[in-house]
Write a protein that binds this ligand. Structure first.
Ligand code: NAI
Length: 340
């Protein structure tokens, strides 16, 4: 099948081309992201393949459909950037990669926690400059600390298991509690208790209308002074302005982000010679106790290989008229909205 691959980086090309030896699709790679201004590139392509920051709103989908596109193949799990209801109305099929390597994201989450706590980034620079002073590098034992995990799906579950190994106390929240995790020693509580009792809070739920700005000034007020907040899920789970205020007042003692609400203007590009216009993002970078990575939690060879395999298999299922287990159905959308 002829597929227009948008937001294509060298690593996307490498893993998709290698996996495509087994599938034989005609892949054409485009560096720009897909939005209303770039739909023209997909003219006469029956399938487009997109990533997290491609914007497939109703207008873009309409334009794609008029050009002959029938399949939207997401090479990611989250689908908040695609208006699936509009796509379905237009007779388009949307498929995704629901799971690739939850370990990749979970392990990156732990990396952020350890780096913020033990300040590896500062220690690395100090030692290279011959500065062996320990002033300002004081950390804390993770053992026996209380970690609150919001969202106990595939990634949240692995984060829990790793933290259990550190000897942490686990408070968790999910719309659909899983009794297996209580056997692991995690305790399901309501959000106010999780906010009140946690030393570290890590977000692993999807972005829905219910979770939009889940961490706002009211939520932050309920939290412990000096807590550590980690977000490797979706940027808009956090109200960035409220978080900056909480950093200034020292309510938040450590902040680790792999995602950012306005990341589509920044992430995945080399902007090192540009003047960044996003003042909120720039303010975040001024805090010594903030670490930001540019949506790289998924970025392992294992994950990229799995993403390529599943994406191409989804496209083959569609092309051959087979049922695709990774199709996003309207029932899933209704479930998300019910949850909202
Ligand atoms: P999952 O679907 O396995 O788990 C999500 C969990 O969140 C489910 O248990 C669900 O019941 C729960 N949930 C839904 N609404 C909720 C709410 N309102 N409050 C609390 N819990 C709620 O998803 P998975 O694979 O664990 O991924 C989690 C998130 O991680 C994804 O939604 C995605 O946004 C993000 N992600 C980030 C990546 C990165 O590179 N930074 C890569 C992959 C995923």
């Amino acid at each position: 099948m002829k597929v227009a691959v948008f937001s294509a980086k060298t690593y996307d090309r490498k893993f998709l081309e290698t996996a495509n030896n087994d599938y034989g699709h005609e892949l054409v790679f485009f560096e720009p992201s897909l939005n209303i201004d770039t739909t023209i590139l997909a003219s006469s392509f029956p399938a487009v393949c997109v990533f997290v920051n491609d914007q497939l709103d109703e207008k873009t989908l309409q334009a794609l459909q008029e050009q002959g596109t029938r399949l939207i193949a997401l090479r990611c799990a989250g689908f908040n950037n695609v208006d699936v209801t509009a796509a379905t109305k237009l007779g388009m099929t949307v498929v995704r990669v629901p799971a690739y390597s939850p370990y990749a994201v979970a392990e990156h989450t732990i990396g952020l926690i350890l780096t913020l706590n033990r300040q590896f980034h500062r220690a690395y620079n100090r030692v290279r400059e011959g500065n062996f002073s320990l002033e300002g590098l004081l950390g804390f034992d993770l053992h026996d600390r209380t970690v609150g995990i919001i969202g106990t799906g595939k990634i949240g579950a692995i984060v829990m298991q790793i933290l259990k190994g550190f000897g942490c106390q686990l408070l968790v929240y999910d719309l659909y509690p899983n009794p297996d995790f209580e056997a692991l020693g995690a305790k399901y509580v309501e959000l106010p208790e999780l906010f009140r009792a946690s030393d570290i809070i890590s977000l692993h739920c999807p972005l829905t209308t219910q979770t939009y700005h889940l961490i706002d000034s009211q939520a932050l007020e309920q939290m412990k002074q000096g807590l550590m907040l980690i977000n490797t899920s979706r940027g808009a789970l956090i109200d960035t302005k409220a978080v900056i205020d909480a950093l200034k007042s020292k309510k938040i003692g450590y902040l680790g982000l792999d995602v950012y609400e306005q990341e589509s203007d920044l992430f995945f590009e080399d902007l090192s010679n540009e003047v960044i216009q996003d003042d909120l993002f720039e303010r975040l970078l001024t805090f010594p106790n903030v670490i930001i990575t540019g949506h790289q939690a998924f970025f392992t060879a294992n994950a990229l290989n799995q993403i390529a395999q599943t994406t191409l298999s989804n496209i083959t299922d569609f092309e051959q008229g087979h049922h695709c287990p990774n199709q996003i159905t309207l029932e899933q959308i209704i479930l998300t909205k019910d949850a909202a």
